[in-house]
Write a protein that binds this ligand. Structure first.
Ligand SMILES: Cc1cc2nc3c(=O)[nH]c(=O)nc-3n(C[C@H](O)[C@H](O)[C@H](O)COP(=O)(O)OP(=O)(O)OC[C@H]3O[C@@H](n4cnc5c(N)ncnc54)[C@H](O)[C@@H]3O)c2cc1C
Length: 356
């Protein structure tokens, strides 16, 4: 006996899950979405930058925007900043953004349940929630983030991750750029200062082996920026979390004859160099919801089409980022470390990154 048999069960109401729920509902499917938090987007675990292109996908982005970003400044070790003059985007209020998308899913007809965590998936496709309820959907969508339980049930696991730590600091003068800090000490990652009006998100990501250095390295960068008169001493809103950096996982599987699709971080769509994954979650979530509804309405190729579309959209960029990240990590072999040229070659601001 199962408690509910929706057409589509979605696990996770982050950007990928909400977009999947909205798309599948809008196409006529009966959708239930489960979110383990008591509301979407809280606590925030994000630096909150999205590229300007996201405007084309998400209407009303202005209503959750903290400020515009025009440029990127890249600081390599102690060198003066290199400017990328055109790097348009928005700093969003990520909590409000996630809730906006979740609200749209409900408006499209999805039943969104909060405080509802899945605890297991059985071999016949029965999905068990932690509160004891069970579901047997016709299609299951895993949009449950970097440590996806749905992904684990079909052996799709983000094995390579970057660990992060971020605080919010007072910004002493207005800033219109995302600042990126590259340093050999930031093994397999980088640090950032992203402005949000009177405050900024100051964070760092490193490979798990260097996790113990996250706190001292972030404190060191904070001291440097205080010394430069750019930020104040206070630090609040401590956050962090893993970012997948291993590239795309196969996003289509089955359990007991039930099709399973993965979207967003659960499908490994974050960029392994920049860690950006919001836009990919938004896009892949919508495509997963459409594919599930298409398959349910008798288009047998819809699920396969989803996997192909993900490949077309993301594989080139992910493959390039993986190559660049591996090249810079190789510099640490034999006790070495990347110099400024190697660090620049592995960052998107430089032509070397985009060379063949
Ligand atoms: C510190 C940090 C900074 C970042 N900065 C940026 C940035 O500036 N720009 C950018 O583009 N990307 C950034 N990212 C990456 C970005 O946050 C992710 O790529 C994005 O959130 C992926 O969306 P998603 O919907 O796939 O997953 P998530 O946003 O992780 O949503 C997954 C949801 O599933 C829920 N869930 C998990 N397990 C279960 C379960 N068992 N049952 C029910 N629900 C469950 C979670 O509570 C969550 O709400 C950052 C990540 C980190 C950690």
């Amino acid at each position: 006996m199962v408690d509910a048999s929706p057409d589509v069960l979605i696990v996770g109401l982050g950007p990928a899950g909400s977009r999947a729920a909205a798309a599948a509902s809008a196409a006529g499917a009966r959708v239930v979405a489960l979110e383990r938090r008591s509301e979407s987007g809280r606590p925030v675990q994000c630096a909150e930058f999205v590229p300007a292109l996201l405007d084309q996908e998400v209407a009303g982005l202005a209503s959750v925007t903290a400020q515009a970003v025009n440029r990127m400044l890249t600081f390599v070790a102690a060198d003066a900043a290199d400017e990328t003059p055109r790097f348009p985007g928005r700093m969003i209020d990520r909590g409000a953004f996630d809730r906006l998308l979740a609200r749209r899913a409900e408006e499209a007809g999805a039943e969104c349940r909060y405080g509802a965590s899945i605890s297991g998936i059985e071999a016949d496709g029965t999905v068990r929630a932690a509160d004891g309820t069970s579901f047997r959907p016709r299609v299951l969508i895993g949009a449950d983030g970097p440590r996806s339980r749905v992904g684990a049930a079909v052996a799709r696991v983000n094995r390579a991750v970057v660990e992060t730590r971020q605080v919010t600091v007072p910004l002493l003068r207005p800033h219109d750029a995302t600042d990126i800090f590259l340093h050999a000490d930031y093994v397999g990652g980088y640090a950032w200062l992203f402005p949000k009006g009177p405050t900024a998100n100051l964070g760092i990501g490193v490979a798990p082996e260097a996790r113990a250095l996250l706190t001292p390295l972030l404190a060191r960068l904070h001291r440097r920026l205080i010394g430069e008169g750019r930020v104040g001493v206070g630090a609040s809103c401590l956050t962090g979390g893993p970012i997948p950096v291993g590239g795309r996982l196969a996003a289509r599987a089955a359990i007991g004859g039930m099709p399973v699709l993965l979207a967003g971080d659960a499908a490994g769509l974050t960029n392994p160099v920049t860690g950006a994954g919001i836009a990919a979650a938004v896009l892949s979530g919508k495509l997963a919801g459409e594919a599930a509804a298409g398959w349910l309405s008798g288009r047998p190729g819809a699920l396969e089409g989803y996997e192909e579309e993900l490949g077309d959209l993301f594989d080139d960029a992910l493959a390039r980022a993986l190559r660049r990240r591996r090249a810079v990590l190789a510099c640490y072999g034999g006790g070495g470390a990347p110099g400024a040229a190697a660090l620049r070659a592995a960052w998107i601001a430089y032509p070397q990154y985009w060379a063949a």
